[in-house]
Design a protein around this ligand. Structure first.
Ligand SMILES: NC(=O)c1ccc[n+]([C@@H]2O[C@H](COP(=O)([O-])OP(=O)(O)OC[C@H]3O[C@@H](n4cnc5c(N)ncnc54)[C@H](O)[C@@H]3O)[C@@H](O)[C@H]2O)c1
Ligand SMILES: O=C(O)C(=O)C[C@@H](O)[C@H](O)[C@H](O)COP(=O)(O)O
Ligand SMILES: [Zn+2]
Length: 365
């Protein structure tokens, strides 16, 4: 199936099994050379794509990357730019990424910045990459100060989600992706929560129709949000309305602080799960969210094996890290909270006592 993403630069997200041959047509007719970026350990997943491009007469530049989050550094971007420069890449050339969200973030950033932008087609091979990272055009690198602090909005020319690739994904990585899936359920599509709660075993089975339906629904949530607010400006208006693209950042303010505190050894989706438990409690304490919906967060997340507690870094360290979150304005922290199921809004400048109390809840106190 295909989900069409409208807007100034429309593209399709293809979801299915054995759909790797959909990459080539997404590149368009004029492309002559393609840089394929993939984690070195996933060469076997990149090879069929590389072979297809080669058979079509395109010159392929292979750019193997470090594993996972290790790819999202300035040094890796510089190395990729140097390789493109050496190969003489022009604006009739393109980038293809094959890998998880770290790869699509990095490869998307390289595509966004080389010659101020060349086309990118993403082939996500993790659940998280399919339902979130590859779609919507956010690209990013980490810096010493925090997560995704350098990046750009660069919409892909297309996204190809081959569900068959999930067959080799380690179980814990699949579960991590469900953190973003459940996020989509809370911010926009409660049917996702029902599906996960009704059949948690199906949700973590890469071959199940339940998981395919969760992918489809989550991509649709993301597409609907980004089409309305690609560059994440809607939430600036304030006033308690829908926060636009910032809604997709539900749970992420604390999640990114934890990831940094843990030196990026915790999976992103796991951190998002904990971050949602934190922010649900913050919303409950500040009178936005009812007790049952707040409690439902930990219940649904735990049902698929996601963590719901974090007892690592001290409050002060996490608070300092949250200050560089992109939703912050000056000294004011801003969080996406829920007024109820599928009713996201921004909570700006919550009281210190409420933040500390939500932190204690997150620690399991
Ligand atoms: N741009 C966005 O909108 C957006 C959205 C969500 C997350 N992200 C980013 O995505 C990153 C997380 O992505 P992720 O969870 O996919 O992690 P990841 O890219 O680090 O991949 C996780 C691990 O799985 C391996 N892997 C990937 N596909 C595999 C497969 N099919 N079989 C076997 N192993 C496989 C990878 O090599 C890696 O070791 C974070 O950096 C996060 O910030 C970006
Ligand atoms: O696409 C978005 O917008 C999101 O916020 C999706 C998030 O799941 C994703 O982790 C994103 O990279 C976080 O964005 P950031 O702007 O907080 O770095
Ligand atoms: Zn995320």
């Amino acid at each position: 199936m295909e989900i069409h993403v409208g807007g100034a630069a429309p593209y399709d997200v293809v979801i299915g099994r054995g759909v790797g041959d959909r990459v080539l047509p997404m590149l368009g007719d004029g492309v002559r050379r393609v840089a394929v970026l993939f984690p070195d350990g996933l060469r076997h997943l990149a090879e069929p794509v590389i072979a297809d491009l080669g058979k079509a007469g395109l010159a392929v530049l292979e750019l193997p990357l470090p594993e996972g989050e290790g790819a999202k550094t300035a040094a890796v971007a510089v190395a990729a730019w140097d390789a493109l420069g050496e190969a003489g890449f022009t604006r009739s050339d393109a980038v293809v990424t094959v890998g998880g969200g770290a790869t699509t973030d990095m490869g998307g950033f390289v595509a966004a910045t080389w010659l101020r932008g060349v086309p990118a087609v993403h082939v996500p091979t993790t659940l998280l990459g399919m339902v979130d990272a590859a779609v919507g055009g956010k690209t990013g690198l980490n810096t010493a100060a925090g997560k995704n602090l350098v990046g750009s909005f660069h919409e892909p020319a297309g996204v190809v989600c081959d569900l068959a690739t999930l067959g080799t994904l380690p179980h814990d990585e699949l579960v991590s992706g469900l953190g973003e899936v459940v996020k989509c359920g809370f911010i926009a599509d409660p049917e996702i929560l029902r599906l996960v709660e009704e059949d948690p075993a199906g949700a973590v089975d890469p071959a199940s129709p339940v998981l395919a339906e969760l992918v489809r629904r989550s991509v649709q949530v993301k597409v609907d949000v980004v089409v309305g607010d690609l560059k994440e400006t809607a939430g600036f208006a304030g006033g308690g309305g829908h926060p636009g693209r910032e809604a997709l950042n539900y749970g992420h303010t604390m999640a990114h602080a934890i990831e940094r505190a843990e030196d990026y050894t915790m999976r992103h989706g796991e951190a998002v799960a904990i971050g949602m438990v934190f922010v649900a409690e913050l919303a409950r304490r500040t009178g936005h969210l009812d007790d049952a919906t707040a409690a439902r967060h930990a219940g649904t997340l735990a049902a698929v094996g996601l963590p719901t507690r974090y007892d690592g870094a001290p409050y002060e360290q996490l608070h300092a890290a949250m200050k560089v979150d992109k939703k912050s304005r000056g000294d004011q922290l801003r969080f996406v909270v829920l007024d109820g199921l599928a009713r996201p809004r921004v909570l700006a400048g919550p009281a210190e006592a409420d933040l500390r109390a939500a932190y204690e809840r997150m620690r399991g106190a």
